[in-house]
Every structure is written in structure tokens, then in C-alpha cells.
Design a protein around this ligand. Structure first.
Ligand SMILES: CC(C)(COP(=O)(O)OP(=O)(O)OC[C@H]1O[C@@H](n2cnc3c(N)ncnc32)[C@H](O)[C@@H]1OP(=O)(O)O)[C@@H](O)C(=O)NCCC(=O)NCCS
Length: 182
């Protein structure tokens, strides 16, 4: 994704979606602070009170050409983020042909088409950047995310049992994957 795009949410509001840059670091940290206070965070590895992400490391990740980090802006505030990152880009057996996807949307902005748009952007980038397979790990009770993955052509290819322990219960992770053919 080379330029910012204006995207109309289902509720009529227009937001801007663009590549995350190093200079966005503080805004992304503010977003994470908000996101971790909401109900969606429990479906991710982000949690309330977590240490602030290392600045240098984060900027490196945003600007690495083997990754695409994108953010959704409502005015000056980030309201959603997504990343697709190539796995082992320098290894001769892999060459970054598999890429991991993760996404987070503030509760107030869900069910408005952002998650779906994220997958469209990721797939376009993946195809243009030599990715053969996109994958993600999704908790077994995360119906919105599973439905979003299925809608975008991912299939469940595996399960990791008892992967996390949350509120007194073990939860499994589904591995969901999509092979990109021409
Ligand atoms: C999962 C998440 C990214 C989806 O984003 P979103 O912006 O709400 O998704 P969209 O509005 O674009 O919906 C896309 C599709 O997801 C599915 N979906 C979304 N919300 C749903 C819900 N509450 N129940 C069932 N399916 C749902 C539908 O298939 C929907 O397509 P449709 O609108 O044609 O029915 C968002 O809910 C989120 O950030 N959740 C918390 C963090 C998280 O779970 N991240 C993913 C971890 S793997």
C-alpha cells in the first residue's frame, strides 16, 4: 500500500487507512492503551497494563519492507491496526513466502467493515510481495474473527490445544491459512 485511502464505514463515517510509519509510534501506543481497556483485547496477546512496546524495535518493524503495518485513523486517533509479516524472509527454504496476519479494531469501530478491508489490503500486498501463504492464529471462541477469516477464503488447517488460560479456562487456537494462487 503506497498511499492513504479514504474508507467509508458502514455507519457512514469516513476514516483514513494508510501504512504505519515510525513517526506514528506514540499514536499507536495511545491506541494500544485504549484497545487493551476494551473487550476485544482478550482475543489477542495485548493486555491492560502491559509494558510499552520498545520504540526502536517497533519502528524497525513498521519500516521493514518484509512487513506491512497499517493503521486506521479517525481524525488524529488510531482506531484500528493490522499487520502482515513475512516469516523467515532470509531463510533459503522459506524466503518469506508465508506471512502472519494480526488485526485489532477498537470495540466502538467493529462491525463497520474495517476487518474485511484489512484482509483485502493484506492480500493485495501479499500477492505483490511474493507471499505464497497467509496465516493467522485465532482463539476457538473468537467467532467474529473466524467468520472474517472464512469470508476471506481462509480454511482451518490445525489446532493448538490449551494454548492460553484466560479467566479460569483453557482456550485453543485455530490455525487458519490461505494459499495464494495466481
Ligand atoms: C475480528 C475483528 C478484527 C473484525 O473486525 P471488524 O471490523 O469488526 O470486521 P468487519 O466489520 O469488517 O466484518 C467482517 C466479517 O467478519 C465477520 N464478523 C464480524 N463481526 C462479527 C460478529 N459479531 N459475529 C459474527 N461474524 C462477525 C463477518 O463475516 C463479517 O462480514 P459481513 O459484514 O459481510 O457479515 C474485530 O472484531 C476485532 O478487532 N476484534 C478484537 C481483536 C481480534 O479478535 N483480533 C483478531 C485476532 S485473530
Amino acid at each position: 500500500m503506497n498511499r492513504a485511502i479514504k474508507f467509508k464505514l458502514k455507519n457512514g463515517k469516513v476514516v483514513v487507512i494508510r501504512r504505519t510509519r515510525g513517526t506514528d509510534y506514540e499514536d499507536i501506543m495511545k491506541f494500544l492503551e485504549k484497545f487493551t481497556r476494551g473487550s476485544g483485547a482478550i482475543q489477542t496477546f495485548q493486555y491492560a497494563g502491559q509494558p510499552k512496546k520498545d520504540k526502536e524495535q517497533s519502528i524497525k518493524l513498521y519500516e521493514d519492507p518484509n512487513n506491512l503495518f497499517i493503521s486506521v485513523w479517525d481524525g488524529k486517533n488510531v482506531v484500528g491496526t493490522c499487520s502482515i509479516t513475512k516469516k523467515r524472509p532470509k531463510h533459503p527454504y522459506c524466503m518469506g513466502t508465508t506471512a502472519d496476519i494480526g488485526m485489532t479494531v477498537l470495540d466502538k469501530y467493529t462491525h463497520n467493515g474495517i476487518g474485511s478491508k484489512f484482509f483485502d489490503i493484506c492480500e493485495k500486498w501479499a500477492r505483490a510481495n511474493g507471499v505464497h501463504k497467509m496465516q493467522a492464529g485465532v482463539r476457538h471462541n473468537n467467532i467474529p474473527s473466524i467468520a472474517n477469516c472464512i469470508k476471506h477464503g481462509f480454511i482451518i488447517t490445525g489446532i493448538e490445544y490449551d494454548e492460553v488460560f484466560i479467566n479460569g479456562k483453557w482456550l485453543h487456537h485455530y490455525m487458519v491459512e490461505k494459499i495464494l494462487e495466481n
